[in-house]
Design a protein around this ligand. Structure first.
Ligand code: NAP
Length: 277
């Protein structure tokens, strides 16, 4: 059994991004917008800005007060859309309740949508013509690639169908020629479906949901979940019980988590290369 080390892969990709930016002599820019005081969001934003500094991406940071109006936020997005130094725009979620999240995200120019959440970017992915793709599932694909894990012809099962993880994960695994089943809260016989998985991706947000009896001997198990139990971080997979049945498994923390910001940096460079010059 191999434990997939997301920190090492993430660091390697960051070094590659840094080298490419230096070689090309360019300075991609990423704007990060946060509204309000959510402590977890503040940590994520700080890490994104730190990541930019590490690889040579210029960061533009906007910390707006909780009481910011929709109009003010839309105005800021318009100005970032028109700013030629900015190649990626990220609005940290969740937004305060008085702001219409869908409307705000739709205002981001699709060519600067480094989260890959827009209808255009999701549509391109669905058509098998990916441009900027959602960071967390892209990170999963990078981990599979780095560890030389065969995807083609395999049975892949995803638990979770959210727009930011499960759905894009489905398209990415299918694009790489696996046969993909997506489970969700209404799925019957989840256990039996999971038992058939060569690659099992857990992305539902329920601590230790995947137990050893759900996992096929030799399966690859990817744990996207981030949960807190008694103040301790854990994934959607019962790691201790499942690990000995797997060929590969990601831990939480230190598996998929470190990849998400790295893929955001990757997407910012990609946005520059695709549309930014
Ligand atoms: P989400 O929007 O809450 O979606 C959860 C999905 O899981 C939904 O499709 C839901 O089904 C399904 N689900 C919930 N309970 C289930 C159950 N008992 N059985 C089967 N399916 C069930 O969550 P998300 O944003 O995709 O995030 C999922 C997890 O990944 C969370 O723990 C989150 O913190 C983590 N995450 C990690 C990263 C990272 O960087 N590592 C990034 C993003 C998210 P329905 O559609 O039927 O409701």
């Amino acid at each position: 059994m191999t434990i997939i080390d997301g920190k090492i892969v993430s660091e390697k990709i960051r070094q590659d991004i840094k080298k490419e930016i230096e070689k090309l002599g360019i300075q991609p820019g990423l704007a990060v917008v946060i509204v309000g005081e959510d402590p977890a969001s503040k940590v994520y934003v700080a890490n994104k800005i730190k990541g930019c500094q590490q690889v040579g991406i210029k960061s533009f940071s906007y910390a707006l007060s909780e009481s910011t109006s929709e109009e003010e936020l839309l105005e800021l997005i318009d100005s970032l859309n028109n700013n030629r130094e900015v190649h990626g725009i990220l609005v940290q979620l969740p937004l305060p309740n008085h702001l219409d999240q869908a409307k705000i995200l739709e205002r981001i120019e699709v060519k600067k949508d480094v989260d890959g959440f827009s209808a255009y970017q999701m549509g391109k992915l669905a058509l098998g013509q990916p441009e900027l793709t959602a960071c967390t599932p892209s990170g999963v694909m990078q981990l599979l690639k780095e560890y030389g894990i065969e995807i083609s012809g395999k049975n892949a099962v995803i638990i979770g169908r959210s727009n930011i993880v499960g759905k894009p994960m489905f398209f990415m695994l299918m694009q790489e020629n696996s046969t993909v089943t997506v489970c969700h809260s209404r799925t019957k016989n989840i256990k039996e479906i999971c038992q058939n998985a060569d690659i099992l991706v857990a992305a539902l947000g329920r601590a230790n949901f995947v137990t050893a009896d759900m996992v096929k001997q030799g399966a690859v198990v990817i744990d996207v979940g981030i949960n807190r139990v008694d103040g301790k971080l854990c994934g959607d997979v019962d790691f201790q019980a499942v690990k000995d049945k797997c060929s590969f498994i990601t831990p939480v923390p230190g598996g998929v988590g470190p990849m998400t910001i790295t893929m955001l940096l990757y997407n910012t460079l990609k946005a520059y290369k695709l549309y930014g010059k």
